[in-house]
Design a binder for this molecule. Structure first.
Ligand SMILES: *Cc1c(COP(=O)(O)O)cnc(C)c1O
Length: 457
């Protein structure tokens, strides 16, 4: 316990319970068990207030891609704070970091994407494109094209539009969501949802739900389809190879905008700059956040293709939308430095050519474990699907318990993972070393062994 006395620590816990409402948390239960207090981070490790060290297999919340404790970012932030801590981008003004960041992002997107609209978060980015898509269609003389189709078990944030676009039933139940004009189709989760089809045929089948939904609503009424290239919070669900090309075909044929939510997949996580590049499709709009700044400061945005951007610029006039912190100069400076580091250390290439394949080798040693149903991985984004019976793909009756049992054992042994039901999720920093991958696989194996023993009993 380096920086805090025992008394101060127990006091922090009590103060947290008394005054701090946590996101996505049962506060009564949490206050009874107490929170973990994280004090420090270094590389791929975090340290709690008892000095216990954890390997962070989850990069914070899918975001600390360059690892903790990077002084270059701190320096860039201090420089910008001293130079200009804040100015807005509303009334005919801009700031150097906002301009340079927009240019830098555009340089890594495909040739069709050349503009960025900044926000403070991924949720705001989703609210932003939701309005932008409708404004676009109105501007090109198709004002009835307003409906948006999204997916069950997708995640697009916690604002009213974000949570509505998301397909989490337990979020919709609180606060009367989704709002009008948002419709959901199925997800490409072969392991969980298919009976007998091959993954390829299943991928086509769920993609064609989009076509059916467009026909049901009428093409003249549909503005856009949104999906994460790989569902993150839903369980790192990698769609079958047939899925994305079919989705892109349908969007094009039926003239609706394709929106790729790149909040997790963007900035190297999949071994490409953006997740849609992995699947070879080109979105019209793409919300970004998380890895944009490696989480060092809050910033998000929407990457806007020329198809939409040219209309916004040439036809719309004012887009009556924006945030006080759109293009915040200090957040933009942190993001710029983050992207400089990703470029200089060739982290995207590293994920694709080196550490991604190395992690795949490690998973190779787990795939025959008796409670592992399947392992899905793209770059440094992966899931282990737990199963009670591998051959029949039968899952544990208490899926929550299965996942939590593995997760808690890993945590006790110094590895942070996330469990979404009975899928164990991995999203380590892109700078994770080979030795740290070995450690992650080793602790995970012990967690699986432990869960096997417990769940059999
Ligand atoms: C995290 C996330 C969001 C929301 O971002 P916030 O910064 O938490 O508002 C949106 N979309 C996806 C795919 C995400 O993973």
């Amino acid at each position: 316990m380096s920086t805090s006395s025992a008394a101060a620590v127990s006091n922090l816990g009590a103060l947290d319970a008394a005054h701090h409402l946590h996101p996505f948390s049962d506060m009564k239960k949490l206050n009874a068990t107490g929170t973990r207090i994280i004090e420090r981070g270094e590389g791929c490790h975090i340290f709690d207030n008892h000095g216990k060290r954890y390997l962070d297999g989850f990069a914070g919340l899918w975001c600390v891609n360059i690892g903790y404790g990077r002084g270059e970012i701190a320096d860039a932030v201090v420089r910008q704070m001293n130079e200009l801590p804040y100015y807005n981008t509303f009334f005919g003004t801009t700031t150097p970091p906002a301009v340079l960041l927009a240019q830098k992002i555009a340089s890594h997107a495909g040739p069709a994407i050349n503009r960025v609209f900044f926000t403070g978060s991924g949720s705001e980015a989703n609210d932003t494109w939701f309005r932008m898509a409708r404004v676009y269609w109105a501007a090109v003389g198709r004002p009835t094209k307003k409906a948006v189709i999204a997916r069950r078990n997708g995640y697009h944030g916690s604002t009213v539009a974000g949570a509505s676009l998301g397909g989490m039933k337990w979020m919709h139940e609180q606060g009367d969501l989704p709002i009008a004009g948002i419709h959901h189709i199925g997800q490409p989760y072969w392991y969980g949802e298919d009976g007998d089809l091959s993954p390829e045929d299943f991928g086509l089948k769920v993609a064609r739900e989009l076509e059916e939904k467009i026909d049901e609503l009428g093409e003249d009424n549909v503005a856009a389809f949104v999906a994460e290239p790989i569902q993150g919070a839903g369980g790192v669900i990698v769609p079958p190879a047939t899925y994305w090309p079919e989705i892109a075909r349908i969007c094009k044929a039926r003239k609706i905008l394709l929106v790729a939510d790149e909040v997790i997949c963007g900035f190297g996580r999949t071994g490409r700059w953006f997740g849609h590049q992995h699947f070879g499709v080109e979105p019209d709009l793409a919300p970004i956040a998380k890895g944009l700044s490696s989480g060092y400061l809050p910033i998000g945005g929407v990457m806007v293709s020329d198809r939409v951007g040219d209309v916004l610029v040439e036809e719309v006039g004012d887009f009556n939308h924006g945030f006080t912190y759109s293009g915040h100069p200090v957040c933009a400076a942190a993001a710029l430095e983050n992207l400089r580091i990703i470029e200089e250390e060739r982290l995207v290439e590293r994920v694709h050519d080196d550490i991604g394949p190395y992690l795949a080798e490690g998973f190779g040693s787990l795939v025959n474990h008796p409670i592992v149903g399947e392992i899905q991985q793209v770059g440094l984004m992966a899931a282990i699907q737990l199963a009670e019976d591998k051959a029949s793909r039968r899952r544990f009756e208490d899926r929550e318990k299965a996942g939590v049992t593995v997760r808690n054992h890993c945590l006790e042994n110094g590895l942070v993972l996330r469990a979404t039901g009975d899928r164990m999720l991995f999203s380590p920093p892109l700078v994770i070393s080979h030795a740290e991958v070995d450690e992650m696989i080793d602790i995970t194996k012990k967690g699986l062994d432990h869960a096997w023993a417990v769940l059999r009993a």
